[in-house]
Design a protein around this ligand. Structure first.
Ligand code: NAD
Length: 249
């Protein structure tokens, strides 16, 4: 088991890549705090894990709330006694019809960028005390390049995650804390995707991918698994695109 006895918090774990990550982590021996704002769906993920003899609990966590972060870290420590891994996965899509909307910019910065910072801020002191840990921040190919149908706030927020990851990696290597970012490409649409959920537009987007298909949620979850595990013990501050070759073109 690649995460035997590790304790992990996964945000946005009620859906998509977060749910897949939580299930694969539990399957590999981790005790997982499944967090999200969607309580029923989150409880469903926990039920699936438990049914498969894994260990998980649900905790409601809005990543923009400092108080929720404090409660989530306290819940992980109360239930499992330590904290080894954080996957900062929660996010909202920037694929919206009004690409100049100011509220979207603010929402992107608040959830997709600040939410990731608040997560690192909440877990780093605990990981320092515990002798180390691994943080995996989910960015996007939009953190590298602009895209026609994605609000610039999404790219800016995902770019912020990419660079905040490197800063945290440099600042906390001495604490034994590794921090890396994962950059999914064209994946199944997010719950909040609008333009890019359209099948016609998706066909065009997929035509730009060397592998000529969208990614599966597990393909990102397995990258998260590697980075979270001790197999990646000398890897910090790097960007891992999981994009079928999109950025290689
Ligand atoms: P998804 O919509 O299926 O899942 C996102 C989850 O985040 C949802 O369960 C949602 O409830 C949760 N969430 C949203 N706001 C939150 C908040 N404030 N606090 C806590 N939870 C919140 O989407 P997904 O495709 O699984 O996306 C996961 C991550 O991957 C996101 O960070 C997203 O930006 C990134 N990403 C997605 C794609 C894609 O095409 N789907 C591509 C690249 C990157």
């Amino acid at each position: 088991m690649r995460l035997k006895d590790k304790v992990a918090i996964v945000t946005g774990a009620a859906s998509g890549m977060g749910a897949s990550t939580a299930k694969i982590f539990a399957n590999q021996g981790a005790k997982v705090l499944v967090t999200d704002m969607l309580e029923d769906e989150g409880a469903g993920v926990v039920a699936e894990i438990t049914k498969a003899d894994g260990e998980a609990r649900f905790q409601r966590l809005d990543v923009t709330s400092e108080a929720d972060w404090d409660s989530a870290v306290a819940a992980a420590l109360a239930a499992y006694g330590k904290l080894d891994i954080l996957v900062n996965n929660a996010g909202v899509s920037g694929s919206t019809p009004d690409l100049l909307n100011l509220d979207t910019w603010d929402q992107q910065m608040n959830i997709n960028a600040k939410g990731v910072f608040l997560g690192m801020r909440a877990v780093i002191p605990v990981m320092q005390k515990g002798g180390g840990g691994s943080i995996v921040n989910i960015s996007s190919i939009s953190g590298f390049v602009g895209q026609e149908y994605v609000h610039m706030g999404y790219s800016a927020a995902k770019g912020a995650v990419r660079l905040a990851t490197k800063a945290a990696a440099v600042q906390h290597a001495k604490d034994g804390i590794r921090v890396n970012s994962v950059h999914p490409g064209i994946m199944p649409p997010m719950r909040t995707s609008k333009l890019t959920a359209d099948p016609e537009l998706r066909a065009k987007m997929i035509a730009a991918i060397p592998m000529a298909r969208e990614g599966g949620v597990e393909e990102v979850a397995y990258a998260n698994l590697f980075l979270a595990s001790d197999e990646a013990s000398y890897i910090t501050g790097i960007e891992v695109p999981v994009d079928g070759g999109y950025l290689a073109v």
